[in-house]
Design a protein around this ligand. Structure first.
Ligand code: ATP
Length: 218
């Protein structure tokens, strides 16, 4: 694994989750917040943690934030601070500035000032949960765009013991099986003659309409 450097500014629930997960995955994480208590809580879950105002260019520079390739702005309700911080980071030529947005107007402003990715955690999570609720086969899904997604689909009896070529999945449904999970094993480059068994989990990419059609036969 290539170790990467991340800075997370704003340590609310979202910022803390991102920080902890990146750190757990072995990356260098600099955790920043204006509130001292929030920063001290992160001592064991980040490589460095510092009390600083994300809207203060001098403080950010003195922490070396300008040298990071990837910064996550997770400042919550304070839209002005979130926008100013994003602007400063883009001015510092940081390649990837990902920002948590509070609402549509915030999103529009962030888009205009060059945020590289705008995240709506509650909305995205709500969508994923809804997908699971309406389908007993979809285990998880990642929305790639309005139209495309990657989904994990459970296999039932209907396609048990059939090979990918036999099912002719790509031609018939226009979707691609990226991987097959069987218990703890995962086959990440399934071949045409690989078979699918009941209780396998297929990781499939495609247009959402095609995925729905495919899901109906699995
Ligand atoms: P969630 O907890 O779900 O992430 P949220 O988006 O409302 O909710 P908050 O709980 O408001 O997030 O947390 C945002 C964090 O950002 C707080 O810890 C706050 O102290 C911090 N913060 C606010 N302004 C600044 C700033 N200018 N610089 C750095 N951190 C800031």
């Amino acid at each position: 694994m290539v170790k990467k450097q991340f800075a997370v500014i704003g340590l609310g629930r979202f910022g803390v989750s991102v920080c902890r997960e990146l750190y757990k995955l072995g990356h260098d994480v600099l955790a920043i917040d204006v509130v001292e208590d929030k920063v001290s809580e992160m001592v064991n879950y980040s490589t460095h943690s510092a009390v600083a105002d994300g809207t203060d260019e001098k403080s950010l520079r003195s922490l070396g934030v300008g040298n990071f390739d990837h910064v996550i702005v997770a400042i919550g309700d304070n839209l002005q601070a979130s926008i100013l911080c994003t602007l400063l980071l883009k001015d510092m030529d940081i390649k990837q500035v990902w920002v948590k947005a509070q609402n549509y107007n915030h999103h529009k402003v962030l888009e205009k000032i060059g945020a590289d990715k705008i995240i709506h955690p509650e909305h995205d999570m709500g969508n994923r949960i809804a997908q699971h609720l309406i389908s007993d086969k979809v285990i998880d899904s990642i929305e790639l765009s309005e139209e495309y997604a990657i989904v994990e689909i459970g296999v039932s009896n209907s396609i048990h013991n059939r090979s990918l070529i036999d099912l002719d999945i790509r031609a018939k449904y226009g979707v691609t099986v990226l991987a097959i999970r069987r218990g703890k094993d995962i086959n990440i480059s399934p071949l045409a003659h690989d078979k699918i068994y009941k209780d396998d989990i297929l990781i499939v990419i495609g247009h959402k309409n095609d995925l729905k059609r495919f899901e109906a036969v699995t």
